[in-house]
Design a protein around this ligand. Structure first.
Ligand SMILES: [Zn+2]
Length: 447
């Protein structure tokens, strides 16, 4: 266990006696990742600037002879306004076009800040918004609860380090305004595979690139050799599955889209989040590695599926090769390889893992009662859970607590053990979304 015990232990509010939170190597690594999204405007090529860290997502500006093209707009109108103020120090030309790389709110919510007297063209993929469509149609709302857990919105600032590829923000606390209404919806669409457009004196190519979402596109600006990847690239292992719950993301198509980007000879790569990658060789290397990593997850998972392995077995079977796993831009700060494996299985085969014992499993309570009986009674089970927690066998402690909670959902001891186990699990976890989720559920259990 990689622990550096700091003289001043960070004691988390609400953590029961005995479970102090120590600053660990994992915590420090995630903290260091914040240097990837400190506020700055980066010049990536002649007439091309990127605002990093002003909002969770990057916002870019290309200056043409007659106007500006803005790529993505940040999360809120406040963020967008601060960014536009920065861009206005560089150019006073009118915004002629806004391009959304995809429909996620952290890339579209600030759009209203970039509108001028004249309405710009607003470009997006023709599938724009396709991820949220089925949720709305199906009446689903619970992804909001999980999304808040993943983002850590309910955590106090000292528990929220960052979001892995973005600074921690509390959208509701600031009373933020998000773009809505007709003036910020897309007016122009990319229908086919690619399309060249010329707007404001800027020639760019829009290329369909299914990956993080089905409505993803990337932007190629040949005059400056700049590639704007949207969320198919940022400096972290990619979020092949978001634990807030997402419709299936195709790891096969994501790797293909990265291949298309790697084939372009760009000298600057602007991801949807984190600092840009600069230099022809670096861009090539990064995109090749990124594609290889996603492709490896896909291919190795399929190989394992064809051997009859279940998702729980596959996450052990599929291990990213050392030379990729060690890359700075493939660390699991945001996405995690295990989740990519599980989502690839799910994409092809759905929920059934192939084991007939799992076709009609015992309900949680019925199973837990039998486990308690095996252990020598519920009191023995509780004792085992306590021992596991004391021995830092935290995942097991959480699973034993789940059995106790299945027997009695109001079991205060079990809630305490699970909350403490989840809190302790964060000490070796560099993944920001998993940490936020653990800590938020721990708080829910303690309330
Ligand atoms: Zn994003």
């Amino acid at each position: 266990m990689n622990k550096i015990i700091f003289s001043l232990c960070l004691v988390l509010s609400g953590v029961s006696a005995g479970v102090a939170q120590e600053a660990t190597i994992a915590t420090e690594r995630l903290r260091n990742q914040s240097t990837q999204f400190q506020e700055q405007v980066v010049k990536v090529a002649d007439k091309v600037h990127v605002a990093v860290g002003f909002s969770p997502a990057n916002v870019s500006m290309i200056e043409g002879d007659d106007g500006l093209v803005i790529i993505d707009t940040g999360m809120s109108v406040d963020d967008g306004t601060r960014i536009m103020d920065e861009f206005r120090k560089l150019s006073d030309k009118p915004v002629k076009a806004i391009i959304f790389t995809h429909a996620h709110g952290d890339h579209t919510g600030g759009a209203a800040a970039f509108l001028g007297d004249e309405r710009p063209q607003i470009w997006a993929h023709e599938n724009f918004g396709s991820e949220a469509g089925p949720w709305k149609a199906g009446g689903l709302t619970f992804q909001n609860v999980r999304g808040a857990r993943q983002a850590g919105f309910k955590l106090p600032p000292e528990q929220r380090i960052n979001n892995g590829v973005a600074p921690a923000r509390y959208p509701k606390r600031g009373g933020a305004v998000f773009s809505s209404g007709r003036e910020t919806v897309p007016t122009h669409f990319l229908g086919g595979d690619r399309k060249s457009i010329n707007v404001g004196g800027v020639e760019i190519e829009l290329v369909a690139a299914p990956g993080e979402t089905n409505d993803e596109l990337f932007v190629w600006y040949p005059a400056g050799k700049v590639l704007f990847a949207g969320d198919n690239f940022y400096r972290s292992f990619p979020n092949l599955y978001a634990i807030r719950g997402t419709p299936n993301r195709s790891t096969r198509l994501w790797a293909e889209s990265l291949g298309k980007m790697a084939d372009i000879d760009a000298v600057a790569l602007v991801g949807g989040h984190t600092n840009p990658i600069l230099g022809a060789e670096q861009v090539k290397q990064v995109l090749n590695d990124y594609r290889d990593a996603v492709r490896f997850i896909h291919d190795k998972t399929v190989e394992g599926i064809n051997k009859g392995l279940t998702p729980d077995e596959l996450v052990e079977y599929v291990q990213l090769p050392e030379e990729l796993a060690g890359k700075e831009y493939l660390q699991p700060f945001y996405g995690h390889p295990d989740w990519g494996v599980r989502t690839t299985f799910n994409y092809y085969l759905g929920w059934f893992d192939g084991n007939p014992s799992n076709l009609f499993p015992l309900p949680p309570k019925a199973e837990a009662e039998r486990v308690a009986k095996l252990a020598g009674g519920a009191k023995k089970l509780l004792q085992s859970a306590r021992e596991a927690l004391a021995a830092d066998d935290n995942q097991w402690a959480a699973q034993l607590a789940d059995h106790l909670l299945a027997i009695n959902p109001d079991d205060k001891n079990a809630k305490q053990i699970k909350a403490d186990a989840l809190t302790k699990l964060t000490s070796n976890m560099v993944n920001a979304t998993a940490r936020n989720y653990y800590l938020t559920v721990a708080r829910e259990l303690r309330e």
